[in-house]
Design a protein around this ligand. Structure first.
Ligand code: GLV
Length: 325
């Protein structure tokens, strides 16, 4: 029996790739960089399934380039703003994502970023390596405290709640803004507030929202102007949620204390971006879910979605279940 043809846009961990290779005739893009638009349009031609990453824009043009036999798009990520879900739904194509398995790794990382920026850990490391460490000093690299501080979470889905649970261990007060989740579950101590209150009252603000038309540039100059001058901003959601020009201006004049970004717009951030000149900007390359075990699980889950779609079964994690109606 012929195996279904699929295009896999980069070598995902073996846990998922082995499953895919067993079941499918898999064309795997092996370059370090993602396929160009032309290469993507070319390589999807005739496939029944696409396994994509957040670096691949999968829109109606790509789906049509694949052809009418395309049965499934499986994204190895929890976020799916790189996929035109409406275009997929219109064509009856289910789209899969990989929620849950990355919740703890991502919350761990967001918390680590919050502490690193608040306590100036990366700046301190740069200081040592630059040979500037001459003596202990009472005022060297002073940061901000966590105990009793208010953590404001923008987005209170799985990862936002996992942040709230971690914050309880640090004796922090947690407030959150989420238009869809106004009542916290019984086991999570957090108070729902409006966005304005969150911006004004938080000592730390951590973003855990998907990228939508409503959240694009949610943190702009006006939002930054409302934050405390001691505030630390953390973004592990999607780059375009923060206006980086406005953030640069705010950090430069210490309008806020610091920011830690796992995601930026664009990605990668160009080396001449002014944010990279600031000591109070901590920037890492979109690695919040990057633990070995988590990425293994994500690849396996993406493989399960892909194979279910190829078999015409419901995807275990489908972002557009309306295709089944
Ligand atoms: C990573 O950013 C993801 O959406 O999985």
């Amino acid at each position: 029996m012929n195996k279904p043809k699929v295009f896999v846009t980069r070598p995902v961990p073996d846990r998922g790739l082995d499953v895919i290779k067993n079941f499918c005739d898999a064309d795997v893009w092996t370059d370090e960089l993602p396929p160009s638009r032309e290469a993507l349009l070319e390589r999807v031609r005739g496939v029944e399934g696409i396994l994509s990453l957040l670096t691949d824009r999968i829109d109606g043009e790509v789906m049509d380039a694949a052809g009418p036999q395309l049965k499934v798009v499986s994204n190895q990520a929890v976020g799916f703003d790189n996929i035109d879900v409406a275009a997929a739904t219109q064509r009856g194509i289910p789209v899969g994502n990989t929620p849950d398995v990355l919740t703890d790794a991502t919350a761990d990382f967001a918390f680590a970023l919050m502490m690193a920026a608040g306590r100036r850990i990366v700046e301190g490391e740069r200081y040592v390596r630059a040979g500037k460490w001459k003596t202990w000093s009472p005022s060297l690299l002073l940061g901000v405290d966590f105990k009793g501080a208010t953590l404001g979470l923008v987005g209170f889905g799985r990862i936002g709640k996992a942040m709230a649970r971690r914050a309880a261990g640090f004796d922090m007060r947690v407030i959150y803004y989420d238009p869809l989740e106004t009542k916290p579950p019984a086991d999570v101590k957090a108070t729902h507030v409006d966005m304005e209150t969150l911006l004004e009252d938080s000592d730390f603000i951590s973003l855990h929202t998907p990228l939508t038309a409503d959240t694009r540039r949610l943190i702009d100059a006006a939002a930054l102007a409302k934050m405390k001058p001691t505030a630390v901003l953390v973004n592990t959601s999607r780059g375009p949620v923060v206006d980086l020009d406005a953030l640069y201006e705010a950090l430069k004049v210490k309008r806020i204390f610091a920011a830690a970004l796992d995601v930026t717009e664009p990605e990668p951030l160009p080396m001449d971006h002014p944010l990279l000149t600031l000591e109070n900007a901590l920037i890492v390359p979109h690695i919040a879910s990057a633990s070995k075990t988590t990425r293994d699980k994500m690849s396996w889950m993406a493989a399960q979605n892909l194979i279910a779609g190829l078999k015409g079964e419901h995807l275990p994690n489908c972002v557009n279940p309306q295709v089944y109606k």
